[in-house]
Design a protein around this ligand. Sequence first.
Ligand SMILES: [Zn+2]
Length: 94
Amino acid sequence: MATYDEWLDAYSAAYDAPPGPLPDACPNCGHHSLRLVFTGDLDRLIGYAHFWCDNCLNGIGISRTTIPDDAVVQDIHVPREAREPKIPNYTLVQ
Ligand SMILES: [Zn+2]
């Protein structure tokens, strides 16, 4: 299993590359299927980040961050079940 630090390195690269394609392979399974979606306030561009792999469904969450320009963002004012894009249930690496 990839460590949290390895996930954080991939997150940092993804954070600098919105809206993608993301530069890194998944630190866990090696597939190029990482996804980065923010949930936040579209006006203030503050929110939290979901960073996961669509192939192995592992990933990390970042609790409070600045949302970069051109990032994929869910509007936090929309009910959770109606937010787009959908985020799968993935295993949080601690
Ligand atoms: Zn993976």
